[in-house]
Ligand binder design. Structure first.
Ligand SMILES: C[S@@+](CC[C@H](N)C(=O)[O-])C[C@H]1O[C@@H](n2cnc3c(N)ncnc32)[C@H](O)[C@@H]1O
Length: 220
């Protein structure tokens, strides 16, 4: 286990199931866990034909859900595996027309993902349950860092619906997108990632986002 403190973010390299019992002061979970579908992409990136850690089952996700108990939480997922226990609502992220290979014998692309909403403490204006917005660039050569990288606006959408003082946890932070959104909104953030390369990318992105935030803050 390694810990980096970057501004108001605490970032841990290690297995979240070992680190979570040592944490205190977490108010909400905003995360994109392994879906439990043993996914490997065929396309020509450095991660082609590899899987992210713990994607064989939903056990890692479910351990976090158990730990979080009634904390407000959003957990991304897919219809291919059982939903998160105690789900109160499901929000759809519509990825737009160009996305998804899926079963090529069917006349629909899998161009959406699910976000399971749990716990108490959500607030804000009541809006649509289908979210759309710009997607992350597809190609690694054009700056994509993680095979399952999410857009920053998408994670920000959920953080915005939690109180400003809340400390946000992403126990499966990948390249750090939730932490970048939290930094842009000046929220306290705790992130955990077990893969050293993704952890290094997350630290760098979150530090950059905080630095840009203080530059803009100083100019205002
Ligand atoms: C779906 S990806 C998250 C991608 C992230 N949303 C982004 O935008 O980059 C899930 C991440 O969880 C990590 N992971 C899997 N099991 C873990 C565990 N037990 N503890 C910590 N990280 C884990 C994987 O290495 C992977 O990077």
């Amino acid at each position: 286990m390694r810990k980096e403190v970057i501004g108001n973010a605490e970032l841990y390299l290690g297995d979240c199931r070992e680190i979570l019992p040592t944490l205190s002061g977490i108010d909400a979970v905003v995360t994109d866990p392994p879906y439990g579908i043993s996914h490997s992409s065929n396309y020509g990136a450095s991660w082609a034909r590899t899987q992210i850690a713990n994607d064989g089952t939903t056990a890692a996700r479910d351990a976090v859900v158990d730990w979080a108990n009634d904390l407000p939480g959003v957990y991304f997922g897919t219809w291919k595996t059982p939903p998160v226990a105690k789900t109160r609502a499901c929000v759809i992220w519509s990825k737009g027309p160009a996305f998804g290979m899926g079963d090529l014998s069917l006349p629909w692309k899998p161009s959406f993902e699910l976000a399971y909403i749990c716990g108490n403490g959500w607030s804000g204006r009541r809006g649509e349950g289908v979210l759309t917005g710009p997607v992350v660039v597809s190609w690694e050569s054009k700056g994509r860092l993680h095979p399952h990288q999410k857009p920053e606006w998408l994670m920000a959408h959920f953080i915005e619906r939690l109180p400003d003082a809340f400390c946000i946890l992403d126990p499966f932070m990948g390249s750090g997108t939730t932490g970048v959104a939290a930094a842009q909104m000046k929220r306290k953030f705790v992130g955990i990632e077990c893969d050293e390369k993704h952890f290094a990318n997350a630290c760098r992105r979150i530090e950059d986002a905080q630095r840009q935030g203080s530059l803009f803050g100083a100019a205002a």
